[in-house]
Design a protein around this ligand. Structure first.
Ligand SMILES: O=C(O)CCC(=O)C(=O)O
Ligand SMILES: [Fe+2]
Length: 391
């Protein structure tokens, strides 16, 4: 019924699933990547002799949005992507993304929420199960930006997922590693970031920007806090794709995904402590520490949640109440102006976050600890959570 052409042979891979925790279906656009030397003798990395299918139109829309909204910088415009399709029980084992791809890069999550683990010494604890220093929830529709230590020092993995999940990882190839026949897509050249309006008043704390950490941000570009909608207590059905976010054109037409970070005081307290991944007990735990986050910069945006975040996060993602910690979006499809205001508001936050993060890419500390840290934030700019990686 459609005119979708078949995918070329290497673009689509479906590993043999002989046991839980083995593999996931992947579709690669822009380039194909070898995790190990293949049968034809191609070394690990981008296969330079292979012409893969081009990035589909819809994904290009997402890429443009990632750059326009300053989620990715203009020198990291993705020219490749990998779609990971996880069936229940599928996982991605601990890895550091290849340096054939430049940093930062990002992953957008769909269908169901799961956790991603970050740590310098993630260990295999069983089929599809890993222990790690820190788990970061990936709500549906969220964007996880990986950079700095989060990209190069910490490994990451997605333990066996409880329910079907799809992620799209957008990455720019190192120009020296691109396939020989690769040609830039003119549509992805010269994407102009939206101009950021002046930042609102902020309770920026004194240590802001001094700490040298970073690497990971989760954002939910589809979420807008809307008091009226929130107060109606509507919920987002679990598993609903957040089309309104990075995919949406204007304010999304339906409730959006949960935010992965903190908002209320109570929640701030709760995330200010190390959260043990729900996956098997971590031997790294004792060595981990998480700083108490700063005051939120945008207290007026702080939404209220009906559920303690600690409670929420202590449950496996599939058991988390979908209606808790959910932000609702403007439903007014009629209101173009409102849409623009929202985009501007979003942009203020994104821009702020990006700028801060650009200041703090390298290993270091602002306390006695010498451990590199990963930082986590959401679009709502609630406090960055700093996580010592624990080694
Ligand atoms: O599925 C995810 O969220 C992570 C994917 C990932 O790590 C990768 O594609 O390198
Ligand atoms: Fe990865």
């Amino acid at each position: 019924t459609t005119n979708i052409p078949p995918l070329s042979d290497r673009t689509y891979t479906e590993p043999e699933k002989w046991m839980r925790g083995k593999g996931r279906v992947t579709i690669q656009f822009g380039c194909c990547y070898n995790y190990a030397t293949d049968r034809k003798g191609n070394p690990p990395g981008i296969i330079r002799t292979f012409v893969s299918d081009p990035i589909p139109e819809l994904f290009k829309v997402m890429i443009k949005r990632l750059v326009r909204w300053r989620i990715l910088p203009t020198d990291c415009v993705p020219d490749s992507c990998i779609v990971n399709m996880y069936d229940p029980g599928d996982c991605i084992p601990p890895h550091i993304d290849s340096h054939d791809f430049v940093r930062p890069f990002c992953t957008v999550s769909f269908l169901s929420e799961c956790d991603i683990l970050f740590g310098s010494s993630l260990k295999i604890a069983g089929p599809g199960e890993f222990t790690g220093s820190f788990a970061i929830p990936l709500p549906v529709g969220s964007v996880l930006v990986i950079n700095g230590n989060g990209a190069d020092v910490a490994k990451h993995c997605v333990p066996a997922v409880p329910s079907k999940r799809i992620s799209i990882t957008f990455r720019k190839m190192d120009p020296a590693k691109r396939p020989f026949s690769f040609k830039d897509d003119p549509e992805l050249l010269n994407i102009t970031p939206l101009e950021a309006p002046a930042a609102p008043e902020t309770s920026r704390s004194s240590d802001e920007g001094k700490g040298k950490q970073l690497g990971v941000q989760t954002r939910d570009p589809g979420s807008r806090s809307s008091r009226s909608r929130k107060s109606k207590g509507r919920t987002t059905p679990a598993g609903k794709v957040g089309w309104g976010g990075i995919l949406g054109d204007q304010p999304p037409q339906h409730p959006q995904s949960p935010i992965s970070s903190v908002s209320s005081d109570r929640e701030r307290d709760s995330i200010g402590r190390s959260r043990e991944p729900r996956y098997p007990p971590s031997s790294d735990r004792e060595r981990d520490s998480v700083e108490r986050p700063r005051e939120p910069r945008y207290p007026r945006d702080a939404p209220s949640h009906g559920e303690d975040l600690r409670d929420r996060l202590n449950r496996p993602p599939h058991e988390r109440t979908p209606g808790s910690g959910v932000f609702f979006v403007n439903n007014g499809a009629d209101s173009q102006a409102r849409g623009q205001r929202m985009e501007h508001r979003q942009l203020q936050m994104i821009n702020r976050t990006i700028n801060d993060d650009m200041d703090s890419l390298s290993v270091g500390s602002h306390e006695s600890s010498e451990q590199p840290r990963v930082s986590v934030r959401t679009i709502h700019n609630r406090p960055r959570t700093r996580i010592n990686l624990g080694w």
